[in-house]
Every structure is written in C-alpha cells, then in structure tokens.
Design a protein around this ligand. Structure first.
Ligand code: NAP
Length: 346
C-alpha cells in the first residue's frame, strides 16, 4: 500500500498547508534536519494545535503540534494533521512521527512533500496500513522552504552554494592579492546573514594565507547567530590563522571536491557555502558540484587581478554554463545575483 499523490487537493488543504509552511520557517535553516510545520485541524475545521521542528534533537513538528493541542486543552482524536513533509517512520534522535500520530488518534494526514530520505521515508504508507487516511498533497511553497535540504538528500551530498564578491570586470582580488573590500557594507551584511543559515563555510588554504579570514557569521543585530563549521581545503598548513581559533574548524586535506564534501557530510553538514578563492571555486564548478550561486557585483573595475572563475574547460559559447531561477537584488551600490544549477547540468 502506498500513499499516492492526491490530485484532488482542495482549497482547504492548500490553506492549512500554507499555515503549516509559515510555521515551518520558524525552524532553523541550518542543521541536519529539514524545516517542518504541522497544524492539527478538527472535523469542524477548528485549529486544535500547531507546531514546528526547532532543530536536531528537539521534537518533530507533529509531536510539537500534538503537545500544543494538549496545552490548549483540545482532544485530537479524529483530527486531520497537515504537515509540510511526509511524517517520518524511523527512530533517529526522536521516535517515529507515524507512531505519535497513531497514538494521538488522528484520522487523516495531508503532507506537502514526500520524504526523499531513505532512512525516514515511507511514513505515508505506514499510516495508510494503520487505517489512517494519509495522502500526499503536493504544495510547492513547502518544498521551496527546504530546497537546499531536499537537494542535499537527493544528491547524497551537502548542498553547495558558491559565493564570491567581484568587480564589474569579474575580478575577485587586485593584482597584489588584496580583496578587502570589493563590496560595501550592505552586501557584506547580507553575506553574513547567509553564513548564519548554513552548516559550513569552505575556503582554500590560499585564501587563509592571503586574507586570514575569521569565517564567522556576524549578521547585524544578531550577536548570538549560529556559527557554521569553518572548513579549509588544501594540503598546506596554515598555523596561527584566525580560522583555527577554536575547535569548530576542520582541514580538508584534499584537492578533490567530492572527498571534501564526503568529509563534511560525515559531520552532518547539509549546506556549505564555498567562499573561494578562485582555485577552489573553479574546482567545485569543474566537478559539477555547485547547486547555487551568490555573486555580489560591485560597480568597480580593476582591469588586472584574479578572475572570479578559472578555466572550466569550455571552449565555445554554446558550452556556456547557464544558470536558472536568476534573481538580482540591489544591496546599496552593489548587486547580488543568485542563481541555481540543476543536478547533472555542470
Ligand atoms: N572576492 C572574493 O569573494 C574572494 C573570496 C576568497 C578569496 N579571494 C581572494 O582570492 C585569492 C586567493 O585565491 P586562490 O585561488 O589563490 O586560493 P584558494 O582557492 O583559497 O586556495 C588555493 C589553494 O587551495 C589548495 N587547493 C584546494 N583545492 C584545490 C584544488 N582542487 N586544486 C588546486 N589547489 C587546491 C591549494 O593549496 P595546498 O597547496 O595547500 O593544497 C591551493 O594553492 C586571495 O587574493 C583572496 O583575497 C577573494
């Protein structure tokens, strides 16, 4: 028995899944788990309880919603659970959500995204086998919230964001190696916000030697921002560099981007932002391992210096790597261009 995709999603389903999706974004974007929201709705259409997953080791959205209903004094037997992701059927740091929903006596489950995680998927079928009317009701915005997490699970490796700051003529450093600062404060603040949403920041040993970056997340007004793992890729030692100030840092002693990602995955990294330099960024692009681009473009020219990206082995215009879902955002005098590559495209 499988919980088939239900083409007969109603506007009521969409409305509650919209609410569940809004709840899901309260959870952290970083960490090994997806962001999930859940709303429990009674037969008369009353909201009985709602919850979201607050990160690894804390209750999943479904038990959180069940606990919320209990706290409100509501009985959830016979209710419908609207969840942004297929309820899990496995025991990880917490127990299976399929069991929590079954124990609570819910009559129906509508989930927006089928779980691609081989360890946790199949919860819909488990619920159906127990007589619970579980259906997959595809709802795009719920998938969008977990775009990076879903990509990481489907690719079987961390989701890679390649980020750099460049001049209008595509330089990421001047002829003398300096790159502080190409862009202005607003662009740099934005980049710190992105760092606070990922599990790891990766740079090459060359960048550590030349720039000695802290690689910390310092979004304005958030002194307690989540700090990603600092990863330095390359064989050379960089003793005394700021990245080694505490143990939340790792050297990836390889030139192979696949091996680097395998090592990061073993540390529960789902999203990594590759921040250069050009040698390392080019290696990831050549290996077809970039999912998302963040390019901050400053209205400046250098004429000489380091090119943002090195040789990709492309000899003709028809071979150009073209990204999709492009957005351009003004950040002060600078512009952030974000875009995506599809799996297998590069
Ligand atoms: N504008 C920006 O956004 C931005 C960002 C970062 C850096 N930068 C600038 O970029 C410059 C540094 O760039 P970079 O390209 O020299 O340094 P890099 O990419 O940070 O590091 C290059 C080094 O990493 C190691 N490495 C790791 N993977 C490799 C691979 N697949 N192939 C070859 N080597 C690999 C090698 O050192 P080992 O011998 O140790 O293995 C190599 O020399 C600096 O001037 C910095 O200011 C600019």
């Amino acid at each position: 028995m499988t919980a088939d995709r239900d083409p007969s999603a109603t506007s009521v389903d969409a409305a509650w899944l919209e609410r569940a999706t809004a709840l899901s974004v309260n959870g952290p974007a970083y960490g090994p788990n997806p962001r999930v929201g859940c709303v429990l709705v009674g037969a008369d259409g009353t909201m009985l309880g709602e919850g979201w997953h607050r990160g690894a080791g804390t209750p999943h959205a479904e038990p959180a919603a069940i606990a919320d209903a209990a706290a409100r004094g509501h009985e959830v037997a016979g209710a419908t659970a609207y969840v942004t992701l297929e309820p899990c059927s496995h025991t990880g740091r917490t127990g299976p959500c399929t069991d929590a929903l079954t124990r609570a006596g819910v009559a129906a489950v509508r989930y927006a995204v089928a779980d691609p995680n081989p360890e946790a998927q199949g919860g819909g079928a488990v619920l159906l086998a127990r007589g619970i009317d579980a259906r997959h009701v595809p709802y795009g915005p719920a998938a969008q919230v977990n775009r990076r997490w879903l990509g990481a699970v489907e690719h079987g490796r961390p989701w890679v964001i390649a980020k750099w700051a460049q001049t209008l003529d595509g330089r990421t450093a001047a002829a003398d190696g300096t790159s502080f600062w190409i862009t202005g404060e607003e662009a740099r603040a934005h980049a710190h916000g992105v760092r606070a949403q990922v599990d790891a920041i990766l740079v090459g040993t060359g960048t550590v030697r030349v720039d000695d970056p802290e690689l910390s997340a310092r979004p304005p007004g958030d002194a307690a921002a989540h700090q990603p793992l600092r990863a330095v890729m390359g064989l050379g030692a960089t003793p005394g560099a700021k990245v080694w100030r505490d143990s939340h840092a790792v050297q990836l002693a390889t030139h192979d981007p696949h091996a680097a990602l395998t090592e990061l995955a073993s540390r529960e990294v789902r999203t990594v932002v590759v921040e250069g330099g050009a040698t390392v960024t080019t290696a990831f692009l050549r290996a077809g391992l970039v999912d998302e681009l963040h390019v901050y473009v400053a209205p400046a020219l250098l004429g000489a210096g380091t090119a943002a990206v090195g040789d990709l082995g492309i000899g003709t215009m028809a071979g150009a790597l073209r990204a999709q879902d492009v957005t351009a955002t003004a950040l002060g005098v600078d512009t952030l261009v974000t875009a995506f590559f599809q799996r297998g495209q590069i």
